[in-house]
Design a protein around this ligand. Structure first.
Ligand SMILES: [Ca+2]
Length: 307
């Protein structure tokens, strides 16, 4: 506007080199240019608003986690859903063969796809220091894409009793390093057998905490092979006191553990009266609590689709 004003002043005072008509033409040209600039500015502002809205929507859907309705078709696990062509990670309904009801689960379609996630730790927002019934039926956030939860021991039994399953555990520390552990032949027995744990051969980068094979001398008390599930109110461990109470979570305790993935969320190196953190001993020892954990299963005979 100031340029237009100066031009108008010069034209009025007739001090410019240009003739008055040229002067008016120049003012008109500048006016048109100014209008066009204002229009472009408005359009850019609208575009910025639209982009900001799209980003907010992305944040919302990421936070809430997407639910995929597969209709009346009954799938026994996430591997079947993946094979049927649904390859996006998110929440689905499944019905394991022996389950009396349908179950909402998070299907992790990364790392080859078809993984049914049964445990997640991500930020310490949820307490895992819970009783037998909570662990039996499951608890936690089954809506957020990164929510913390335990799918439930009954569901774990229904899932793993319908075939040969592979367990994959993904771990991350507070330095941003990722490690994993894979166990073949993962099986969880029923409630009458106190959800007894069985697993086969280990492979991975995190070390074999579950069998305690990292140290033959501690294996007799640190291995989780064949252990029954314990909670603070149901002690089935091999310790004269109560591991679940001391280590603040339900787990297949021995006397007590070399892995405590349902432990207290301490955030990295910690000191406490017991090793109650989110522990994976062969990687960070008993006195380091991990940042994030995912435990998931997939049929052993699953073959990822070739892309
Ligand atoms: Ca005990």
């Amino acid at each position: 506007m100031s340029v237009l004003f100066i031009m108008w002043m010069l034209c009025t005072l007739d001090l410019s080199d240009s003739a008055p008509d040229d002067c008016q033409d120049e003012i008109e040209r500048l006016r048109v240019e100014l209008r066009s600039l204002e229009l472009r500015h408005t359009k850019q502002q609208q575009l910025i608003h639209r982009l900001m809205n799209i980003n907010q929507m992305d944040d919302r859907s990421l936070k809430e986690g997407s639910f995929y309705d597969t209709g009346d078709t009954q799938y026994m696990d996430c591997a079947q859903i993946f094979k049927n062509g649904s390859t996006s990670s998110g929440f689905y309904m499944i019905k394991p063969l022996r389950s009396p009801t349908r179950v909402r689960v998070f299907c992790d379609m990364t790392e080859g796809g078809g993984w049914t996630l049964f445990q997640r730790r991500s930020d310490g927002s949820l307490s895992f220091d819970r009783d037998w019934n909570d662990y039996k039926i499951g608890f936690g956030d089954m809506k957020s894409a990164n929510g913390e939860f335990w799918l439930g021991n009954d569901n774990l039994h229904y899932l793993t009793s319908q075939g040969d399953y592979t367990l994959r555990i993904n771990l991350e520390d507070f330095e941003g390093t990722h490690r994993f552990a894979v166990y073949r032949n993962f099986k969880v027995d029923n409630e009458e057998k106190h959800y007894q744990l069985q697993f086969g051969m280990y492979s991975g980068t995190a070390g074999d905490a579950l069998s305690g094979s990292f140290h033959p001398e501690v294996q007799w008390w640190a291995s989780h092979q064949g252990m029954k599930f314990s909670t603070r109110d149901r002690d089935h461990d091999r310790y004269d006191r109560n591991c679940a109470q001391e280590d603040k979570g339900g787990w297949w305790f021995n006397r007590c553990h070399s892995a405590n993935l349902n432990g207290f969320y301490h955030r990295g190196a910690y000191s406490a009266s017991t090793d109650d953190g989110i522990v994976w001993y062969p990687w960070h020892g008993w006195w380091y609590s991990l940042k994030s954990v995912q435990m998931k299963i997939r049929p052993a005979n699953f073959e990822p689709n070739e892309v």
